[in-house]
Design a protein around this ligand. Structure first.
Ligand code: MN
Length: 315
């Protein structure tokens, strides 16, 4: 359950307290306030421990964090991760669990869509997926990802969604932020995979974090179905579970496919990103095919549109 203005207090004995502090050691912050012996801040929860034995949990994840400690002095999960990732503290041995992961791509690219993928990798499929070539996705080249994507799709339940430029520009002009678009797409893709898996449910769902939990769920408030059970957020999530690495590959490959199609339509190879090269090509496209065509294959609100227009009228 999400508690947007969470506030929980638990009183610990002298014996229990070190376990609690140790648990949040990786998220420790400095807070000089009277009576405070320890403070930590995770993606969605502030933890403040007092000399009296009281520990205050505040924020969107307060209920969850407090629940971790209620009724038992032995936590169900332990150990902070040491990957430099931000977000929820993951259970120990998370990488070996059955997890549904999701990731997106295309958000920083002027040309082409946003694509989002979700996929479920059960514990017994982790080795197979690694065998098929899923490594840290940042180390994978585009052509390598294209080679392995089809095999991956054969072995894991998955969903890939594409928000094409027409739809993107339509909802963007209605005031949708990219954060909202992503939240809605992640939620939909995850929902789709959960439906495929029924009656099974993953041990956890891990979203490659692009927004704090509270913000993410605020974006989803008008959605008909909102997945909340067992959802965790972390940055660099592709390094934390192979399901997110796989989702990242599937999203990337879908994006590349779209870019190939749009390049064919435009009659030139469309560059990725949003740099000066992109402005140059966009300028050429306006000259050759007109501004409405350019709009049909780009994220119009990016500054590249104005820069390209300036280039067109320069000479
Ligand atoms: Mn990501």
């Amino acid at each position: 359950m999400i508690n947007p203005v969470g506030n929980q207090v638990i009183v610990f004995t002298e014996k229990e307290m070190p376990k609690v502090l140790n648990y949040y050691e990786g998220s420790k912050i400095t807070r000089n306030a009277p009576g405070v012996i320890f403070a930590a801040k995770t993606a969605d929860t502030s933890i403040t421990a007092y000399r009296s034995g009281k520990v205050l949990f505040q924020g969107g994840g307060a209920d969850r964090e407090a629940a971790r400690w209620s009724g038992t002095s032995t936590p169900a999960v332990a150990k902070t991760k040491s990957t430099g990732a931000k977000g929820d503290i993951l259970p120990e041995n998370f990488a070996t669990m059955s997890v549904l992961g999701s990731d997106e791509t295309g958000t920083g690219d002027f040309f082409g869509p946003i694509t989002v993928a979700a996929c479920y990798v059960s514990d017994e499929k982790i080795e197979l997926v690694r065998e098929l070539g899923v490594k840290d996705s940042k180390q994978l080249t585009d052509s390598y990802m294209q080679q392995i994507a089809e095999d991956l799709k054969q072995v894991v339940p998955h969903c890939v969604l594409t928000l094409d430029n027409a739809k993107y520009n339509e909802i963007q002009s209605k005031g949708w932020s990219q954060g909202k678009m992503k939240a809605v797409l992640h939620n939909q893709a995850i929902q789709d995979v959960l439906t495929q898996m029924q009656p099974e449910y993953p041990e956890y769902i891990l979203i490659d974090q692009f927004a704090e939990r509270k913000v993410y769920y605020n974006h989803l408030k008008n959605e008909p179905a909102i997945v909340q059970e067992k959802v965790l957020f972390s940055t660099k999530a592709e390094n934390l579970h192979v399901s997110v690495a796989t989702a990242s590959i599937l999203a990337r490959v879908a994006f590349l496919e779209q870019m190939d199609q749009l390049s064919a339509k435009a009659g030139m190879t469309l560059p990725k990103g949003a740099g000066p090269k992109v402005d140059q090509i966009a300028c050429q496209i306006i000259r050759k095919k007109g501004e409405p065509f350019l709009q049909s294959i780009t994220k119009v609100h990016f500054a590249n549109t104005q820069k390209a227009l300036k280039l067109v009228y320069k000479k």
